[in-house]
Design a protein around this ligand. Sequence first.
Ligand SMILES: Nc1ncnc2c1ncn2[C@@H]1O[C@H](COP(=O)(O)OP(=O)(O)O)[C@@H](O)[C@H]1O
Ligand SMILES: [Mg+2]
Length: 240
Amino acid sequence: MSPEPLLEVRGLVKRFGGFRALDGVSFHLASGEVLGLVGPNGSGKTTCINVISGLYAPDGGAVVFEGRSIGGTRSHLLARGGINRTFQSPKPFLSLSVRENVEIAATYGNTGEPVDLPTLLASLELDRHAEHPAGDLNSAQQKTLDLARALATRPRLLLVDELAAGLNPAELGRMADRLRGLADDGMALLVVEHLMGFIDKVTDRVIVMNAGREIFEGTLGEATRDPTVVQVFLGGHVPA
Ligand SMILES: Nc1ncnc2c1ncn2[C@@H]1O[C@H](COP(=O)(O)OP(=O)(O)O)[C@@H](O)[C@H]1O
Ligand SMILES: [Mg+2]
């Protein structure tokens, strides 16, 4: 029997004016599971994370977390309630230090056991930058800081939006191991990423989106053999 899902998304709709960025998306996610969300630019991946994390209220459908309907709940309340996310373009407090950015998240977003922040920063290789202003970090380091900020709130569900972009191959491998490690410790992760090697390493299964709808759910290997996915997402070319 499969475990009770931590997150259930049913028929999710998000409109911008007359345009449906999400047009009836449904999936579920269990604790300890990593679900990849892939698809062409503009297919609705970030919007999906934005709605689940409370940045936008849904225009239709339901988001159920730990058995409670949370659609429309504001993001700072969700952060305290176990859901946090990283941003495709993170916006840390640039003049504050790396340590202070993470402290603020822990202070306002963590209602449980305190997080050992030096250990968290060291685990993300941010310890040597702890006292530097966040504005001194390069974009890949700012994304890692954004992950630290999210983890400082002890999420049970972590939504990750294009974290791997800008990492070098060695950093990519370590980031993939870290995300897997979080799942192995029981966290549920929804991971948006274009780098298929990263998706392959990190995810248990994937959803492929196109134009606000899911067109495939299964393993990445199966997705690359699915004719609709190959046509829509890969433009007819199966990656090597
Ligand atoms: N705040 C917004 N206002 C208007 N349109 C938006 C907004 N956010 C996203 N969209 C539109 O919704 C579609 C999906 O965007 P997005 O979720 O960012 O796609 P993805 O992350 O898959 O690249 C795009 O056409 C985008 O232009
Ligand atoms: Mg996006």
